[in-house]
Design a protein around this ligand. Structure first.
Ligand code: GSH
Length: 204
């Protein structure tokens, strides 16, 4: 498999964790998002959304990290990334989506660049990012209080943890100390697992 990504992209980081958990080898193709390589026509031909990650599996080309992870979970069922019970499966997906739909898109590179383009200064953009991440993770902390055991949903790693760890890594760019004790404990449990550690960016 080939993974088009970027070291510091949290959406790519999610897929790296999933591939590592499943023990699937990959070739990494890194695009420098800061230099705009994702917007080049050659890459738009691969992903019309001009975003990473993209996973290429033989002739198949997949976009959207959570869809990619569910694909991997279906073709490599062990270890499962979705719980066996319907309610817990919904909880794991809801938590991952809370991050992937409500936090991440509001603070990703393209959004922050657009805000600068509308005339906000650096400090205003920083405040924006800290608000959307902070409020989003406050809600995630409360969600985890209701569902967590050792991990976000119960005592096994799920899609929820695969979304959480990269988002907390992102949060650390803004806060030296995180204010979410339950999430931090889950992160610590995840980082005891090689698959999570090996997926982390060199420079968060
Ligand atoms: N919902 C997408 C989000 C992908 C995304 O926003 N990727 C970011 C990096 S984390 C990106 O490619 N940004 C490039 C840009 O904004 O120009 C997913 O989960 O794959």
């Amino acid at each position: 498999m080939i993974l088009y990504g970027f070291d510091r992209s949290s959406a790519s980081y999610r897929v790296r964790i999933a591939l590592n958990l499943k023990g699937v080898d990959r070739e990494d193709v890194y695009l420098d998002l800061l230099r705009g390589e994702q917007s080049q026509p050659s890459y738009r031909a691969i992903n019309p959304q001009a975003l990473v990650p993209v996973l290429v599996d033989d002739r198949l080309r997949l976009t959207q990290s959570l869809a990619i992870i569910e694909y991997l979970d279906e073709i490599y069922p062990a270890p499962p990334l979705l719980p066996s019970g319907a309610a817990d499966r919904a909880r794991a997906r809801a938590f991952a989506l809370a991050i992937a739909c409500e936090i991440h898109p509001l603070q990703n590179l393209g959004t922050l660049r657009r805000l600068r383009g509308f005339g906000l200064d650096k400090q205003q953009v920083l405040t924006w990012a800290m608000q959307v991440i902070g409020e989003g993770l406050d809600a995630c902390e409360r969600m985890a209080e209701q569902s967590a055991g050792r991990f976000t949903v119960g005592d096994s790693v799920t899609l929820a943890d695969v979304a959480l760890v990269p988002q907390l890594s992102n949060a650390r760019r803004y806060w030296s100390e995180l204010r979410w004790p339950r999430l931090a404990a889950i992160e610590a449990a995840c980082l005891e697992i090689d698959a999570f550690r090996a997926a982390a960016p060199d420079t968060p």
